[in-house]
Design a protein around this ligand. Structure first.
Ligand SMILES: Cc1cc2nc3c(=O)[nH]c(=O)nc-3n(C[C@H](O)[C@H](O)[C@H](O)COP(=O)(O)O)c2cc1C
Length: 186
């Protein structure tokens, strides 16, 4: 079975995008699609890194643990809010931390907003950054508009059949990318 990790990027008090991360985690587990683990940046509460991990002299144990989880994952699902048209500093902090480790990593996006556009702008900058460091970014993000009404606090969607269908499509794409990567020459 493939190993996936979900990065939940918002570290805000009262964050809403984490609802979506909880839902995706549950969807993958309930349908036995893959081994999956949540990497919650709020829980990690990392400092702002001054340098990439490979150049840090004495990295924190939780930083090493986080890096190992991303490195060993077959694919990554990034759940991110849209902040002023971009992605949050908490997410940039860990992307830059692991710079080389993103190379050839299949990555799928779940952008979230409380407005009507479902974080459509955040994908532009996030996609570019990850493309630049060699990630295999899956097209067709699972955009979540109106998150406050679309999910309750525990991550239950208001329209579960529709959300399940869209989520399955994203994860199938990610699994296809993971399969395709196996045929790539290093
Ligand atoms: C600093 C900041 C900037 C934001 N900018 C945008 C934005 O550009 N577009 C948008 O649709 N929502 C924006 N929002 C609202 C988020 O979509 C909303 O907070 C949503 O719940 C996802 O973020 P969260 O997980 O941190 O709650 C912004 C929120 C914050 C805190």
């Amino acid at each position: 079975m493939q190993k996936l990790v979900i990065i939940s990027s918002s570290i805000r008090d009262g964050r809403k995008s984490h609802r979506v991360a909880l839902y995706v985690l549950d969807f993958i587990r309930q349908n036995t699609i893959a081994d999956v683990e949540m990497l919650d940046l709020r829980e990690y509460a990392f400092p702002l890194f001054h340098e990439r991990l490979k150049y840090q002299e004495s990295p924190l144990p939780e930083v090493i643990e986080f890096a190992e989880k991303v490195r060993s994952a077959d694919g990554v699902i990034i759940v991110t809010p849209e902040y002023n048209g971009g992605y949050p500093a908490s997410l940039k902090n860990v992307i830059d931390l692991l710079t080389d480790d993103w190379s050839r990593k299949p990555v799928a996006f779940v952008p979230v907003s409380d407005g009507p556009f479902g974080g459509s702008q955040v994908v532009t900058s996030l996609q570019f950054t990850l493309w630049k460091i060699g990630a295999l970014t899956v097209p067709g993000p699972l955009r979540i508009p109106d998150v406050i009404n679309a999910f309750d606090d525990s991550g239950t969607p208001s329209d579960k059949p529709a959300m399940d269908k869209r989520t399955a499509a994203l994860i199938n794409q990610l699994l296809r990318f993971i399969e395709s990567k196996k045929n790539m020459q290093d």
